[in-house]
Write a protein that binds this ligand. Sequence first.
Ligand code: HEM
Length: 204
Amino acid sequence: MGYGEPGVLPVVAIFDASGKKELWSWRIPKVLSLLYFFKFSGEVEGINQIQARYETQYGPGDYRPVVALTYWTFRIMVGIGFLMVAVSAYALYLAWRKWPPKWMRPMKWLMLGIALPYLANTSGWLMTESARQPWIVTGLLKTEAGVSPRQPGEVLATLIIYTLLYAALMVVDIYLLVKYAKLGLDAEGKGAAPLSGDDALLAG
Ligand code: HEM
């Protein structure tokens, strides 16, 4: 399935169980060309067209990435991007209205917003990494050819060591954050008392 000239962006699409045939979609004209070529024209190839071209170019094989993963991680990333813009616009509006108390209640939910950039970043990263499969360098080197000859046990051990190290750092970080948040601001609003010896060492 191609996206024509200029390319339409299917914002939401429903596929059949095989994931290859589109049953329904909500499409915005020209936006896919804008994302791809930075202009409102230009034909964007669909996955099936790329698959056919790659088979001619590089020989038989499955050149399609895991479509559902690419599809949803892109939408999560972009959705969170727009959500963050909306939340910021709401906060600007509140600031302009001099922070009316009755509208401040939803602000406590903003704490959850701390997770949003992390989720968007992880989604964006998952999208690029999964969508370029089966290539590690498109057209030149397949991922399967780039796998280093390490034993799975070695990889697992490294992963466990890194996880433990970062978990320990996280515990120290949360301990310090909670401790100084509880201390609060001093009377002049200048922040908590200076760090004592041990804590100063921990805080680096
Ligand atoms: C309208 C909103 C957004 C659009 C249209 C968009 C578009 C894209 C596109 C097209 C890519 C793939 C780039 C490539 O192929 O190299 C990408 C990757 C990525 N995006 Fe987004 N994005 C949006 C919002 C966000 C937000 C809000 C974040 C994080 C706060 C984010 C984080 C990332 C990351 C980490 C990657 C992976 C980069 C890489 O590994 O090279 N994106 N985005």
